[in-house]
Design a protein around this ligand. Structure first.
Ligand code: BG6
Length: 483
């Protein structure tokens, strides 16, 4: 199966924060890959905008280095790189002042898609939005892309929404959650809504519980100062895990259309029950294996910020009544592994005796790495000697199913092309972000008011002991975290 590349319209994409880390690691290398794949019409242009005083040539050199560092060698084609760099420009701009805006305006072309990527601190969103409209650089057809964190609580998210809404309509605002750009995450929708097999069983009557795991091996070194003000709940759960939960739990939208999909996700978020104190476990990694502890990385010896969190979440609606969703995510865990596991209930009546070795059916959707799907089913153990059962996986690796897994676009590539196409399906709507904070705020306020300290866990482990208890209490256990 070869992936089809459908070119997008000619565009001018301005990247505010063009010299920053995200632009260097993800945005610019991603754009190069789309150029290489032939998805970008050659007349399209990328304009870096940042405070530094750089010439076009000096900025191109930075982009050249970013491609060398972040694009796999096999995809580094000299002619394509030079062609791509020819599409790159740079404007030195003062986001909070007057410098550079006239030059940016002069550079923009008429009758092409204009997109503005705000890869800057959220405190600058308002300034940039205002100057774009004041200088009439953005028009009614322009799009803006904003990165997370979109606020740190409901009040700040509302304030950001309001500041953007002064200058842009909701249909022009693309709030990125890069998890939605991952192929396997989109596959959740394909698996659920393009097959008849699963949907009839997708409800409390047949599902025992759901586990959502996003485990990382990295620590917070290098970004401890930011992370310490955030923690796993704000950094991962309020956005990425919440989106995964929504895709698993939502009702079928009437069409694969931006508002139809986002309306259904919003209903899930609004149906989330408040989480009980005993259903929250927070952890912080200690030192070990020659690595420094969280408090050293965050340079805050008294830090009470969690680098791990596990939660038992309930959705208060007809479909999911009584079905727990166990969520966990953390840094410095034993393996990098993100997966969703749906455990089904026992058959209503057991015809085989207890010694047969029955296990539940589990559908495991591996998001990364080793993307794929596994359906654990029971079969008869081969051989004579009565009916003994064994659990075997119906195994599908996504990498095996596509010819060239290297050609699968990275989340950012996919999402930026969607911005140019004007497709908001995989972006968060303002009300969705606010609803997610409305659910998150009381959880964080609860532990802050109690002065809770996270439990220390060993680096390279599966997280704190209490997280195991969270499941054991319910007679269940976490799946092993492994690559
Ligand atoms: C980011 C978080 O949004 O997602 C990081 O801020 C985290 O803390 C990252 O490491 C994980 O993304 P991925 O794509 O590597 O799973």
């Amino acid at each position: 199966m070869v992936s089809r590349v459908i070119p997008v319209d000619v565009f001018d994409l301005v990247i505010f924060g063009g010299t920053g880390d995200l632009a260097r690691r993800k945005i610019l290398p991603g754009l190069y890959r789309r150029f290489l794949a032939g998805q970008m019409v050659p007349e399209s242009r990328m304009i870096g905008a940042a405070r530094a005083d750089l010439t076009d040539e000096a900025f191109r050199q930075q982009v050249r280095e970013a491609i060398a560092e972040f694009v796999p060698k096999a995809r580094q084609d000299d002619a394509a790189i030079e062609g791509f760099l020819g599409r790159i420009h740079y404007v030195s701009i003062d986001a909070t002042g007057t410098g550079g805006w006239a030059a940016l305006k002069a550079l923009m072309r008429e009758n092409v898609v204009r997109a503005f990527y705000f890869s800057v601190a959220p405190s600058l969103f308002g300034d940039i939005a205002q100057r774009l409209s004041e200088h009439q650089i953005a028009d009614a057809w322009s799009r803006i892309v904003v990165e997370k964190p979109f606020g740190r609580d409901l009040a700040s998210a509302k304030a950001l929404n309001e500041v953007l809404a002064k200058h842009f309509n909701e249909t022009q605002i693309y709030r990125i959650d890069h998890y939605l750009g991952k192929e396997t995450v989109q596959n959740l929708m394909a698996v659920r809504f393009a097959n008849i097999l699963f949907e009839p069983l997708w409800k409390a009557e047949y599902i025992d519980h759901v586990q959502i795991t996003v485990a990382e091996t990295v620590g917070v070194d290098g970004r401890g100062a930011y992370y310490d003000k955030s923690g796993a709940m704000r950094d991962m759960v309020q956005n990425h895990l919440m989106q995964l939960l929504c895709l698993i739990a939502m009702e079928p939208p009437y069409h694969f259309d931006p508002d139809a999909v986002r309306d259904e996700k919003l209903k899930v978020i609004r149906a989330l029950k408040p989480v009980k104190t005993e259903d929250i476990v927070r952890g912080q990694y200690g030192a070990g294996r020659g690595e420094k502890s969280y408090v050293v990385h965050s340079e805050n010896p008294a830090s009470k910020t969690e680098s791990y969190i596990a939660l038992k979440v309930q959705i208060s609606n007809w479909r999911w009544q009584g079905v727990p969703f166990y969520l966990r995510t953390g840094k410095r865990l034993r393996a990098r592994a993100s997966e969703i596991a749906i455990t089904f209930k026992q058959p209503p009546h057991a015809i085989f005796d207890d010694a047969s070795g029955w296990h539940e059916n589990v559908l495991v959707i591996r998001l990364q790495p080793n993307e794929g799907m596994n359906l654990m089913v029971m079969i008869k153990e081969p051989g004579p000697g009565g009916m003994r059962l064994m659990q075997v996986p119906l195994d599908m690796s996504f990498a095996d199913a596509i010819d060239d897994a290297e050609d699968v676009p990275d989340a950012y590539e996919r999402l930026i092309m969607d911005v140019i196409r004007g497709n908001q399906t995989l972006f968060m709507r303002g009300d969705e972000v606010e609803a997610a904070w409305a659910w998150t705020d009381p959880i964080i306020e609860g532990w802050e008011a109690r002065g809770d300290r996270p439990q220390t866990y060993d680096p390279g482990s599966s997280g704190p002991e209490d997280a195991l208890m969270l499941m054991h209490r319910d007679g269940r256990r976490w799946r092993e975290i492994r690559e």
